[in-house]
Design a protein around this ligand. Structure first.
Ligand code: PAF
Length: 285
């Protein structure tokens, strides 16, 4: 695996590589979810490039930038074992040189869900993703569906700025107990981890209710909240039942509808989501 630390080296590598480059941007502390993205990049492109950059611009004051888990050696080994062809590993000054002044803001869809409690987050994500895409010049970039809103922000960025890249999404990867893989799961104590299972359990319950014919968002939200709040240490930030593309709230489930959650458990802020679709009235039982 080639390791490129400067923008020049990375651009030259991509220009030389020929064929289709698949790109997986990450902030490190890699888990099987990230490696699934790398496997997808390998399967559908000629070369797979990953980046590790802990992006300060997407952390607000008082958030976990300083505490964010890092594992440079482990990450390198995992990427190498997954068959990654190149790793872009810039330092902060390479990405944000002295005097950096240009940020990208995707409007409207960033003021819902996670954008409410993390107002700077998507501006930081959009800015760094645009920079990384300009540097790596991939044919396709891969993002996980666990970060559903981030995925829509990146898709919107690529469409609105006419970027020459395909954005592909990959379903959420879960541990055996159902908890969605996240680098932030490392913050959970043993008992908090047990509480974290309530997120996927509540989503599964909502899915089951919808498949039995329930379409009221209020009823679903209440059922989800009850399951999560029954557990210790949980503090629900939002339960949203909304349009999966623009995140406007829905009173009823119809067509494809997103159920998205953010819950604080101890030091961790966890998110999860699923898509549900109401049964049509004339559908045979
Ligand atoms: O999902 C992430 O890890 C980050 O938000 C990303 C896309 C690598 C941008 O820093």
């Amino acid at each position: 695996m080639d390791i490129l630390r400067t923008i020049r080296e990375m651009k030259d590598w991509s220009a030389r590589s020929g064929g289709r480059v698949g790109f997986v941007p990450t902030m490190g502390s890699l888990h099987a979810g990230h490696l699934t993205l790398v496997h997808r990049a390998k399967a559908s492109c000629d070369r797979a490039v990953a980046s590790i950059f802990l992006n300060p611009a997407q952390f607000g004051a008082g958030e976990d930038l300083a505490a964010y888990p890092v594992d440079p050696e482990g990450d390198r080994r995992k990427l190498e074992d997954a068959g990654t062809d190149a790793l872009f590993l810039p330092d902060r000054r390479e990405i944000y040189p002295q005097g950096f002044k240009t940020y990208v803001q995707v409007e409207d869809i960033t003021s819902h869900l996670c954008g409410v409690s993390r107002p700077a987050f998507f501006r930081g994500v959009a800015t760094v993703v645009l920079k990384l895409l300009n540097i790596v010049q991939p044919h396709t970039a891969f993002f996980g569906e666990k970060d559903w809103q981030q995925l829509q922000v990146v898709r919107t960025l690529a469409r609105d700025l006419s970027l020459n890249v395909n954005i592909e999404s990959v379903p959420t990867v879960r541990d055996a107990d159902g908890v969605a893989l996240s680098s932030r799961n490392a913050y959970l104590s043993e008992t908090e981890r047990v509480s974290a299972r309530s997120l996927v359990r509540s989503l599964d319950t909502a899915k089951a209710l919808v498949s039995e014919g329930e379409i009221s968002a209020a009823v679903l939200r209440r059922a989800i909240r009850e399951i999560i709040e029954r557990e210790r240490h949980t503090d629900v930030e939002y339960i949203s039942i909304c349009d999966p593309a623009d995140f406007t709230e829905r009173e009823e489930v119809r067509n494809a509808t997103l159920i998205a959650l953010a819950v604080r458990i101890g030091r961790a802020r966890l998110i999860d989501n699923c898509i549900v679709e109401a049964k049509r009235c004339n559908e045979p039982y």
